[in-house]
Design a protein around this ligand. Structure first.
Ligand code: FE2
Length: 198
C-alpha cells in the first residue's frame, strides 16, 4: 500500500490568474509528486511501508537518521494542506468561526495579514508560514524546509508555502506580493474553520 497523492481539490487553472495553471502543473504535478515518489522509495520494505502518512511522520520526526523519510513525508502532508488552504474565489476577511479569533489575536484582519506577511518574508530560505491554534490563542508561526506545527500543542489552520517553487513562476522574487495575493484572493477560510473545529 503506497502513499498516494490526494487529488487537487480544484482544476489546475481554477486559481487563475492569481496562481497560474503553469505553477500548479509544476508544483502539484512535479514537486508534490516527487515527494510522494521519494517517500514510497524510502519506506519500501521497511516497517513504515503500510502506515498512514501521519503515523510515518510521527514515527520519524526528530530522528536525524530518518531525515530522508521525514522530509518527504512531511512535504507530502504540507502540500496537501496547502492545496486545501486555497480555493477559487477565496481570500478576503473570513466570516466564520476563525474571524473573531483573528480579531482577538491580531486586532483586525488587515493587521493579521500584515503580521503574517512579515513572518512569511522573514522566513529565510525555504519553508512554510502558518496560522495555528495553540490552546485558546491563534498564532502565526513559520517552519523551515519540511517542518510543520506539531500537534497537539499547535494545530495548523491554514498555510502558505514560501518555498521559491511555490511562487517564482508567477511572482518571481516577490514573496510579499504572493502572500498578499494569497490573503486577498485565495485563502480558504472554510478550511481554517474546519481545522479549528476538528
Ligand atoms: Fe511547495
Amino acid at each position: 500500500m503506497a502513499i498516494v497523492k490526494p487529488p487537487l481539490p480544484y482544476a489546475e487553472d481554477a486559481l487563475e490568474p492569481v496562481y497560474s495553471a503553469n505553477t500548479i502543473s509544476f508544483h502539484y504535478g512535479k514537486h508534490h509528486q516527487a515527494y510522494v515518489d521519494n517517500l514510497n522509495k524510502v519506506i519500501a520494505g521497511t516497517d513504515l511501508e503500510d502506515k498512514p502518512l501521519e503515523e510515518i511522520i510521527a514515527a520519524v520526526a526528530g530522528d536525524s537518521a530518518k531525515a530522508g523519510v521525514f522530509n518527504n513525508a512531511a512535504q507530502v502532508w504540507n502540500h496537501t494542506f496547502f492545496w486545501n488552504s486555497m480555493k477559487p474565489g477565496g481570500g478576503g476577511a473570513p466570516t466564520g468561526a476563525v474571524a473573531a479569533r483573528i480579531d482577538a489575536a491580531f486586532g483586525s484582519y488587515e493587521a493579521f495579514v500584515g503580521d503574517f506577511k512579515a513572518a512569511a518574508v522573514g522566513r529565510f530560505g525555504s519553508g512554510w508560514a502558518w496560522l495555528v491554534a495553540e490552546g485558546d490563542a491563534l498564532k502565526i508561526v513559520t517552519t523551515p524546509n519540511a517542518e510543520m506545527p506539531v500537534p497537539p500543542g499547535q494545530k495548523a489552520l491554514i498555510t502558505v508555502d514560501v518555498w521559491e517553487h511555490a511562487y517564482y513562476l508567477d511572482y518571481q522574487n516577490r514573496r510579499p506580493d504572493f502572500v498578499q495575493a494569497f490573503f486577498d484572493k485565495l485563502a480558504n477560510w472554510d478550511w481554517a474553520d474546519q481545522n479549528l473545529g476538528g
